[in-house]
Design a protein around this ligand. Sequence first.
Ligand SMILES: C[S@@+](CC[C@H](N)C(=O)[O-])C[C@H]1O[C@@H](n2cnc3c(N)ncnc32)[C@H](O)[C@@H]1O
Length: 370
Amino acid sequence: MTRARISLHAICPYFAMFPEEFVRKQVEKYSKEGDVVFDPFCGRGTTILESLLLGRKAAGSDMNPVAFCVSRAKAERPALRAVLERIETLESRYGMSEQTRWERLRTSLPRFFRRAFYPTTLRELLSLRTSLEWKDERVDRFIAALILGSLHGEMDRSNAYFSNQMPRTICLKPDYSLRYWRSNDLFPKKRKVFEMLRQKAESRLKDVPKCGSGSVKLADVRNAANRFTGLHGKVALVVTSPPYLNVTRYEEDQWLRLWFLGGLPQPTYGVVSRDDRHHTAPKYWQFLEEAWQGIAPLLRHSAKVVIRLGGIGITEDEMTSGLRASMRSAFSTARLLKRPERSEIVSRQAQSFLPKSKGCLYETDYTFSV
Ligand SMILES: C[S@@+](CC[C@H](N)C(=O)[O-])C[C@H]1O[C@@H](n2cnc3c(N)ncnc32)[C@H](O)[C@@H]1O
């Protein structure tokens, strides 16, 4: 079945995100309407939204607040009218507030911020960062997700981003960014945040077909069984991609979005996740064993598990045998349903900003029955 692209999927680009069509194929092939589909490393929530659109129940978790905010915004969509009303309230509150407060806050931030955002843009963002109750309020979470997806991106290609020139899936380190902007003589453009948010809300919510809500939690995969007690023995299909071997640190790469959600104004590691980048294969497989053990109680008999994996410094055979062993430690009956399918990663966005980086060159898809 072909269907027009749902623009809500693209609310916030994310590193190593699934293409929607990939998830759609798996969900259509390995589950029926009403089945529960689960993603314990949900990232931007592709599995969750696509499953809901296909009439499945959907749930998932991620330990990164950026992923949690974006995925939950997709799983619990507010009405457009409520979003527009809230933006209006936030804008008029900002208009009536003491501007010197935002200016003081702006100038107290590290230099990176002043070269990343135009002064009025940053003041508006600071007021939204203070006001949005994204953890508790569905409408605020949706607005926060819109902001996360627009916070940084390629200014030379689109005027949809608030920042100076940056990649859109990850944020580079402050010193590197400053050097890059200086050597390319780049300055941020003025962006009217509230006006852009209204347009973005309309475009993201206009074409979403009626579908159910899903359950998304901020949780470590290893605690999934404790956090989703209502799903024990109910999950028919898992479509997921764990962090790849030795490829990226999600917390560090998402640092600017994490700052917007209340984090520190600098890259951190170990504040939201202790170990989202594993450098050696033995530690990686141990982590994945614990991950599969964490979700095992949720799966029903004969459930299917589709896993997309990538890595640096590992052969495909090593990856296949490591993954198979990790799956068998949690599911003694786990067997591969078909040959692993490998695809080259052709367009890497970091390439234009970090031309020397080698990155992850291929991904492989595995389908298990457990
Ligand atoms: C490859 S990405 C998933 C991308 C996702 N398939 C999508 O379409 O956006 C891996 C995700 O795993 C998350 N993660 C890393 N360690 C985790 C853990 N211990 N528990 C839960 N999530 C974790 C990262 O924060 C990241 O969002």
